[in-house]
Design a protein around this ligand. Sequence first.
Ligand code: AMP
Length: 218
Amino acid sequence: MLNIILMGPPGAGKGTHAQWMSTDFQIPHISTGDMFREAMSSGSALGNQIKDIVNRGDLVSDELTCALVKERLSKPDCANGYLLDGFPRTLEQAKAFREMGKEIGRAPNLVVNIAAPDELLVQRITTRRVCPHCGASYNVVTMKPKQEGICDVCGTPLIQRKDDNEESFKVRLANYYKSTAPLLEFYREEGLLHEFDGTVGFVALKKDITALLQEIQK
Ligand code: AMP
């Protein structure tokens, strides 16, 4: 069983690697960032409530985020594994998730952390383009789509996320170090943490993560 938490600073490659992990290991990719962006573009009450917070790079409240995750993880498609991307992001969320995971029978069994230095992160974030329809992620320098500005997977025109600018990135990175990085110690103590170097390139990292997931699946 693969109940995975995918961690790393913004721009480390979580979204990119989540795509193939989800396909190759047949587990749903659950991104809280994608869920919030969907709520924002649908113009729902939740979307309006969080729009300014997300666009400036701040964190949505633990209460709201945990409720959303609990509802999503309780769905039947998560019974045989899941890939959580972008959650938990605070110690409060991690503690709440420890209880919630037990309660709904969906406790995580491994944490994959992808690390990368700040200079690389800011460079990747400001050149990133994403598909607003399927969530696929590209880069105008290092990972161009086959046709400029168009998603390879579903043909939708690509966009730049509103929070993928230098100003919001600074807020997101500061929040990462303050609120999210301490979770590494939390999961190390729980014996769940597996750490990867996000600078090695897509193919090499995919190979290393694949080896780990196959080992755990045995
Ligand atoms: P991401 O796509 O993971 O970079 O998330 C985009 C934005 O959504 C973040 O900058 C936050 O504003 C919000 N967000 C995503 N996940 C969480 C979370 N677990 N807790 C609080 N806010 C979140």
